[in-house]
Design a protein around this ligand. Structure first.
Ligand code: F6R
Ligand code: MG
Ligand code: MG
Length: 394
């Protein structure tokens, strides 16, 4: 299964009005990186989107994004399609979100025509209302003042939820055992601010801001519970710049019922004032257990995979891909597939062993998610039925 397409829209941004003649970004000029992803249907169950659906999404972004988007890149991870766009319109921009929403609608139409499974499954609302937050697709956006050289990483995970990034982000931004830069590099010595969301709260965005390293134990105490507390963003305390944006959607909070796992995307700026690329990706060698896998209801290890990988074992395993780019005045370089390096083959083998080991205990104990996180109602119904038959022995 190999689909890799780097789309360079070749649009002529009004360079002279936005940039100085020496090519450095002007102070007012800000670039936005937006990634919007959705599951709009797959071949053979939940394996991967079809080539035709991907082409439809891509063509839509290419045609309708003219004059709006500077550059874009379309990819898939498991059954999810992600649209990465660069532009100057800021986060939650209506035109940018509408472009992605309509691209997914066009793709859904094709998915239906092809009889793909779960066609349009993440498009939970009928009418577009300003931005796609709360409509089903996952969104992560970073508004940045481009450095003279601007490397960043785009992560996409499938068959899991946003809490899957808690452990890697904690290790990368708060633990010098993983990130020597925290003690070696003066621009990082003040540490990072973690913005953490309570995703079980449905009335609005309930968040807390905690500073590493001073409030490390508070950060750890929250991130320990990845189904409830999720890193939403991370900021440099030295410069105030945002380093990380994570999608924090909870699909079952929107739909009121199971519609698939939340399959999070994440953008991370790297190098200089931020951890190095290698420090950011190192924690993924752990292959930590995350919520997800079959029926969104299990604990399975997270496998780092190459770009454009489908699912397989046990509707998973939960997987994460990492696309590395440099960007200049909104133009993306070609993509580097971080987890394609031979190093990750051993990690993948280890994760496969961990997955098989966990599956040996089926639904017992730690193998299945706690009661409150089960994505199907079968157990609840069964327990209610049995509850009536319990007696207290005299
Ligand atoms: C997980 C996922 C799958 C399905 C499973 C059953 O995110 O999407 O594991 O839950 O394949 O799907 P249905 O109930 O649609 O047959
Ligand atoms: Mg998915
Ligand atoms: Mg799916």
């Amino acid at each position: 299964m190999a689909f890799s397409k780097h789309v360079n829209l070749g649009l002529s941004m009004p360079v002279c009005t936005l940039y100085n003649m020496n090519g450095k970004g002007s102070r007012e000029m800000k670039m936005t990186l937006s990634v919007i992803k959705a599951d709009i249907g797959s071949i053979g169950g939940h394996i991967a989107p079809s080539r035709k659906v991907l082409d439809t999404v891509l063509t839509h972004v290419q045609n309708d994004g003219k004059g709006l988007v500077i550059d874009s890149y379309i990819s898939y991870t498991g059954d999810d399609i992600a649209i990465l766009m660069t532009h100057t319109h800021g986060p939650l921009n209506e035109a940018i979100h509408k472009l992605a929403w309509e691209a997914f609608l066009a793709g859904t139409q094709v998915a239906k025509e092809q009889g793909l499974y779960g066609a349009g499954q993440d498009l939970l609302k009928d009418a577009f209302t300003g931005n796609v937050k709360g409509m089903g697709p996952a969104v992560a956006e970073l508004e940045i003042e481009e450095r003279p050289n601007e490397p960043f990483l785009f992560f996409a995970a499938d068959k899991t939820d946003p809490g899957a990034y808690n452990l890697p982000l904690y290790l990368a931004f708060a633990d010098p055992m993983n990130t020597p830069g925290l003690i070696l590099s003066p621009p990082m010595s003040k540490g990072f601010k973690f913005v953490i969301m309570d995703v079980s709260y449905t009335e609005g965005n309930r968040i807390i801001e905690l500073d590493a390293p001073e409030e490390l134990y508070g950060i750890a105490a929250l991130l320990r519970d990845p189904e409830r507390f999720v890193v939403e963003s991370i900021w440099s305390r030295q410069t105030g710049d945002q380093a990380v944006a994570v999608s924090t959607t909870r699909l079952h909070n929107i739909a009121g019922k199971y519609t698939g796992k939340d399959d999070p995307v994440m953008l991370v700026r790297v190098q200089q004032n931020f951890p190095a690329t290698g420090e950011i990706v190192a924690p993924f060698a752990v292959g930590h257990y995350v919520g997800g896998g079959m029926r969104g209801s299990h604990q399975m290890p997270l496998m780092p995979v190459v770009l454009n990988s489908g699912t397989s074992y046990f509707d998973g395993p939960p997987m994460v891909s990492c696309a590395a780019f440099s960007v200049k005045q909104g133009k993306l370089t070609e993509v580097m597939d971080v987890f394609a390096h031979p190093f990750w083959n051993t990690v993948r083998d280890n994760v496969a062993c961990k997955a098989i080991e966990m599956r040996r205990q089926g639904f017992f104990g730690a193998a299945m998610l706690p009661f409150t996180e089960l994505e199907y109602t079968g157990i609840t119904e069964k327990l209610n039925e049995l509850d009536a038959r319990f007696v207290v022995r005299k």
